[in-house]
Design a protein around this ligand. Structure first.
Ligand code: CAA
Length: 257
């Protein structure tokens, strides 16, 4: 892997993907996103991994799609390069993904963080969709996910002016789960990951799938989907273990089956 570093730690069952183009503020070129996609597909199949963390470095999570790679392209070039099909595949990851964000999360960087399931931010994090300042608009979900996260008025302001949102504001608007001092953001993310990794991975996967369904469907259909996933957990050894452990007043051990 040229543009990412991957660390897998099986006790607890967490994998960390670090975006690694520091000189370019982790600008997301095509190869970097393909490396992330390929790694996530492997991690999704690896039973020893239950939660995935994606991070950058202290200065930047990612400052957007790689402007230098796109600048001279035509619309048809962009259509044929079809860079966002890689993003669509990333979106299909079944295991929970937490973004640990410090510094810039701009344009595609903000969209990438929002595509993750949760975000832990350092106090220095800055979120934004500044594409308008370079004569274009978000292309990897910014107009949709930011609007769903912060509401129409704030999304309009951010996307039409390119202004940045501080970590504190991002927390106020519900874009991020928690804001912590910069020296703590990775530690805090690992703590959250550990807690989730101690749950039944089957239940975690089914819950993630049901939550994401709420963005796609009307309530009736979403409730029916949730109910089927709820019933499905009763086919797992983990549901029996979890409920028996509760009754026997002991800590459950989830096998992932
Ligand atoms: N693409 C390519 N290179 C980038 C980049 C990007 N998105 N963001 C930063 N870089 C590069 C810079 O060109 C610079 O490289 P050189 O040293 O070779 O000149 C290096 O990273 C450091 O950047 P700066 O010198 O600009 O650092 P700064 O601290 O002065 O400013 C910044 C930081 C405000 C983040 C500024 O770099 C910036 O505005 N970056 C662009 C942000 C942006 O517009 N993002 C949206 C991209 S389009 C997109 O993402 C579309 C989509 O929806 C998918």
């Amino acid at each position: 892997m040229e543009f990412i570093k991957v660390t897998e730690q099986y006790q607890p069952a967490i994998a960390l993907i670090q975006l690694n183009r520091p000189k370019e503020l982790n600008a997301l070129n095509k190869q970097l996103m393909e490396e992330v996609r390929d790694t996530l597909q492997l991690l999704d199949k690896n039973d020893a991994v239950r939660v995935i963390i994606i991070t950058g470095d202290e200065r930047a999570f990612a400052a957007g799609a790689d402007i230098k790679q796109m600048a001279d392209k035509s619309a048809i070039d962009m259509l044929l390069i079809d860079q966002f099909s890689t993003w669509d595949q990333i979106r299909k990851t079944k295991k929970p993904i937490i973004a640990a964000v410090s510094g810039f999360a701009l344009g595609g960087g903000c969209e990438f963080a929002m595509m993750c399931d949760m975000i832990i931010a350092s106090e220095t994090a800055k979120f934004g969709q500044p594409e308008i300042k370079i004569g274009t608009i978000p292309g990897a979900g910014g107009t949709q996910r930011l609007t769903k996260a912060v509401g129409k008025a704030k999304a309009m302001e951010l996307i039409l002016t390119g202004r940045f949102l501080s970590a504190e504001e991002a927390h106020f608007y519900g874009l991020v789960n928690k804001v912590v001092p910069v020296e703590m953001y990775l530690h805090e993310t690992v703590e959250l990951a550990k807690e989730i990794a101690s749950m039944s991975p089957v239940a975690v996967q089914l819950a993630k799938e049901a939550i994401n369904r709420s963005f796609e469907t009307q309530l009736d259909e979403g409730l029916a989907f949730e109910r089927k996933n709820f019933y499905l957990t009763f086919a797992s050894a983990d549901q029996k273990e979890g409920m028996n452990a509760f009754i026997e007043k002991r800590k459950p051990t989830f096998s992932g089956r």
